[in-house]
Design a protein around this ligand. Sequence first.
Ligand code: ZN
Length: 127
Amino acid sequence: MSKERKLAIKYADTWFSKFIRMRDQKCYTCGSRQNLQCGHLFSRIFLATRWNEEAAFAQCERCNSEHEANTEPFYKKFIDENGLEFFEYLERLTKSPILKTEHEIRYLGKKFKYKYEELLEERGWNE
Ligand SMILES: [Zn+2]
């Protein structure tokens, strides 16, 4: 992988995570407001859903790391709230052969930076 592509991925991950945590404010699976991270419903290996805001939620460090060993609590809550059909749609999406170009990844990073700043402004917060 080129250095530029790696940097683009890092950039998109950073802003996506900041946006998701700002949007949610608390852990999706236990409600804690401590040590929030960006929890992905599906592994970040799948670029097709890696920056999909419908497939990511803030999670505390503990729940996020437990998800790696046991996906059940996260999956169950998601399916209860969004339905099995939508879950299966996203799951299929992970396997779709979507090629994310470096340009597209950069664009996603910018998009989530913008969305993050929009949320900040809406809430009248300073970082
Ligand atoms: Zn938690």
